[in-house]
Ligand binder design. Sequence first.
Ligand code: NAD
Length: 361
Amino acid sequence: MEYKVAVIPGDGIGPEIVNEAKKVLDKVGEVYGHTFNYTEILMGGASIDVHGVPLTDDALETAKASDSVLLGAVGGVVGKDKWYELPPNLRPEAGLLAIRKGLNLYANLRPAYLYKELKGACPLKESIAEEGFDMMIVRELTGGLYFGERWTKEIDGTVTAMDTLKYDENEIRRIAVKAFDIAMKRNKNVISVDKSNVLDTSRLWDKVVSEVAKDYPEVTLTHMLVDNCAMQLVKNPKQFDVVVTENMFGDILSDEASMITGSIGMLPSASLSDGNFGLYEPSHGAAPDIAGQDIANPMATILSAAMMLRYSFDLDDAANAVEEAIRQVIAEGYRTVDIMSEGMTKVGCSAMGDLICERIK
Ligand code: NAD
């Protein structure tokens, strides 16, 4: 098959890590008989330098016309890079918001997986880390508190602020369907997280997710309150397979889950729209402190490309092969500087990409 992939290298380490992900996709193409055609898009500081804005309409149209988007990262250093002399709506990070909105990316997927060889980086007790964990947090990304009406005003001499939390049943249903579809590709277990003992939106969430569950008889659904979930993530992370939750709860819980893996350079993410379209990017930023030195860890971006193979192109075997190649490289003791420990072999960004490619069979 042929696939059109829009590629956004971005700023900082973005071009280096995206390059390695493309190398891996090309190796997958060779082994599994597919062709990935790339169109490069400027975004963030790289786009400001050329066009004066962090994302042009043309760039967005190119992304829309693709089968999926692979993004490195955007951004620089406030006070150092001239991009930050611009008003906030023209700074590099505004490109991220514009593309997420423009592509209608309403489902954010953040996996948290603990490699047994890297469990030393996990801040949890050894007895818990020993068990390992492998979860996928599915966060609603375009509704809820972050998008509701808000204001700050003085009422009878007292400064008062208000934010509104609103969800309709369609917004909940579409993210629930994504979560159950993902569970079907994993261990068929969904935990829906809400605060239904207090919030009306959560009671609606609970009801709609339970309705969607009826279409997935093979998947086990459990409801969990968000405060309990925050505790369970550090007490017994192994119990989670797919977690589905609303925007703000997902924002907080996905960061908590990534923290317990201990390694930012290993965390991929995906943001999905209707159908199979998605944008895939590492969870970390542009790391300007290490840009251009060939020392960045490309694995989060390569794992994001694996998610693209699985969720946008339905190439589960190829996705598994990439993930397995990464597990092998780690088991063989190769490390980039961010995950380096005594007795391991230190390699750079490009060498790490090569090692992973060699192991894709
Ligand atoms: P960051 O994730 O870029 O870096 C935090 C620390 O982790 C740094 O020390 C960095 O060197 C290290 N690090 C990150 N990724 C790494 C990798 N792959 N390999 C090895 N080390 C890695 O976060 P930050 O410093 O807060 O932000 C830097 C810039 O990135 C800012 O301009 C910020 O706005 C931007 N940012 C962009 C995104 C995005 O594009 N989605 C996300 C977060 C931050």
